[in-house]
Design a protein around this ligand. Sequence first.
Ligand code: NIG
Ligand code: FE
Length: 401
Amino acid sequence: MSDLFVTGIGHLTTNEGEAMVDAVVKVEDGSVVYAGPGSDAPDQGPSPRVECEGRAVLPGFVDSHTHLVFAGDRAGEFSMKMAGASYADVAKSGGGILSTVAATRDASEDDLFVSAAIRVRRMIAAGTTTVEIKSGYGLDLETELRLLRVATRIGNELPITVRTTFLGAHFVPPEFRDDRGGYVDLLIDEMLPAAAPLADYCDVFVEEGAFSVDEARRIFVAAKGHGLGARVHAEQLAHCGGAALAAEIGAVSADHLDHITEGDAIALADAGVVAVLVPGASYMMRSPQAPGPMLIQHGVSVALATDCNPGTSYFESTGTVISLAVVQMGLTTEQAIHAATRGGALALGMEGHGAITTGSAGDLVVLDAPSPVHIPYRPGTNLAWKTIKAGRVVAGDQSPG
Ligand code: NIG
Ligand code: FE
């Protein structure tokens, strides 16, 4: 928790009202105490200072959907898919989620931490200040708990806020191939109670071949009993009813949504469920992007996330995802930046994050560019000149000034 005076901001995105030009931000004890015109700025005091020289500043990115703790990679599978292999071909060759499960079960807690921390450091360097991390590559009690402990340790040891999600219902593990009901029972009776103290949320992959709407409903009811809010992997590969379920149970978020209908969108808006869109996964799978503009039109709050995982979306950079959302999904730059900051905070129930206003967290990105339009306009370039977490410069040029 630090003090910082950020001056000479050429373009300030506050997420409250219009963007400002020629602005300053003052952070005290990790929180914003002033964001406004330089001419009305409070006394600078003795705090360290960042002089932006006309650069743009926006809230730190809130990446509200990742699976970033895993072992191994699936580069071979990627090559097969690019050469036209189907999902079934990949599964037959031993690929898919279960290949990452096998590698992850074999990995030690320290090795999982080290590889995940490397990814998260790159995320921080690219402007991310909050990240959600799911389990889901263990699919047995011991490994799922190991993944949640690693995710928690990331938040304790790195300058980033972490929210954790139990995704034991990611896939039916091989040892339960002929007894999926047995796995759902195990999830509810043993895994959820043990995971709940380490998790903020419970997620279920609702899809043909993963879990049905009825199985997911049972799991979410049990999760609620353990105090866990619901997030749903919904309508990713086909329309399966996950979004309607999210609305029915009052989930915090419904994620992916590539195959969502207008009726679902209205239900999500009415129920106040945040739509977490992950354009990186659609891009990598060569599938159509989720209908972001339609969701916004119906009044759904939209978040953008990387979905960082080794199978369908090995993206660490929220900036690149913003570019995909603008170029391929059709969001405006303002909508995409709002979704990757304030939208992410709403998707994680984090009041006071994803904005730069009095009382909000002092989590900021200074871009090495004069306006946020450079983010979608220059994909692949890390434009985060400095990442600031709770008033402290934690990446980029780390001298305060
Ligand atoms: O979000 N949809 C399910 N889970 C991941 C993919 C996981 C994997 O392929 O390893 C996703 O796309
Ligand atoms: Fe996902």
